[in-house]
Design a protein around this ligand. Sequence first.
Ligand SMILES: NC(=O)c1ccc[n+]([C@@H]2O[C@H](COP(=O)([O-])OP(=O)(O)OC[C@H]3O[C@@H](n4cnc5c(N)ncnc54)[C@H](O)[C@@H]3O)[C@@H](O)[C@H]2O)c1
Length: 264
Amino acid sequence: MIIIADLTLNDEYGEQTMHIQLGGKTAVVTGAARGIGRAIASALHAAGAQVIIADLDLPAAQQTAAVLGERAMALHVDAANVSSCRQLVADVLSQAGQLDILVNNAAICPIRPIDEVDPAFFDQLIAINLRGPYFLSQAAAQHMRARQTGRIINISSVGGKTGGTAQISVYAATKAALFSVTKSFAKYLAPYGTVNTIAPGPSHTDLTADWDDPALLEQMRQTVPLQRLGTPQDYAGAAVFLASDQAGYITGATLDVNGGIRMD
Ligand SMILES: NC(=O)c1ccc[n+]([C@@H]2O[C@H](COP(=O)([O-])OP(=O)(O)OC[C@H]3O[C@@H](n4cnc5c(N)ncnc54)[C@H](O)[C@@H]3O)[C@@H](O)[C@H]2O)c1
């Protein structure tokens, strides 16, 4: 996939050239062994960045890194474990020397009716989907502030705005909280770095394998104005843009990439 955009405009402001190039940048994408994280990592890599495929599943992360080849490496992280999050940032700094772009993508979305949610289930979702991105951002932002540059991109969900369904209430709550975390860190990193959210719509990946019912998928598809579910590639361009210099005046924002299922 080639994600290098050249756009030359001639208007009253003179000639302007847009060229998205992430050469010389180091990006960490959590949960990048597969799915949306993998597509984002591939796109950042295609734009020239060195990418770290960080995942709980190290063998799968290594496979993804091997497919990308040069400028890609795999590292283990358990987003549920704060020490592991801090260790990931330390490993990136010692092995790559710098961290320019952090994409907090790893998450889980198990289905459980509200009546059956217990504290252990609740805490597990908070740990992976919210505490992980928070402490990864904390460690990354300290380094970014020192270098006076940086990009953090949090992958939330349209469910964080709508409450999702009654089957994914805790997941939706963690994704709603990420909007707030984005804004807090956007203030913390300003005026040097930016922090934004991408809110994907329903997409058919391993995360949503439990919905593997053709009738349900068709029902969901019909609720999307653009008449299809998302694919991992649908989110990759948004991430490259938010990571780029061209997005340097966007911070604390949410980019909805959802086929129009929810328009704010
Ligand atoms: N698929 C959708 O419909 C959808 C919709 C909206 C938002 N999202 C969001 O997009 C992101 C990616 O989703 P996906 O569909 O690609 O999911 P996925 O299940 O296909 O991939 C998730 C990845 O995260 C890794 N992971 C899981 N737990 C981890 C942990 N504790 N530490 C580190 N890595 C861990 C997994 O090994 C896997 O590689 C998530 O944040 C998800 O909430 C997905």
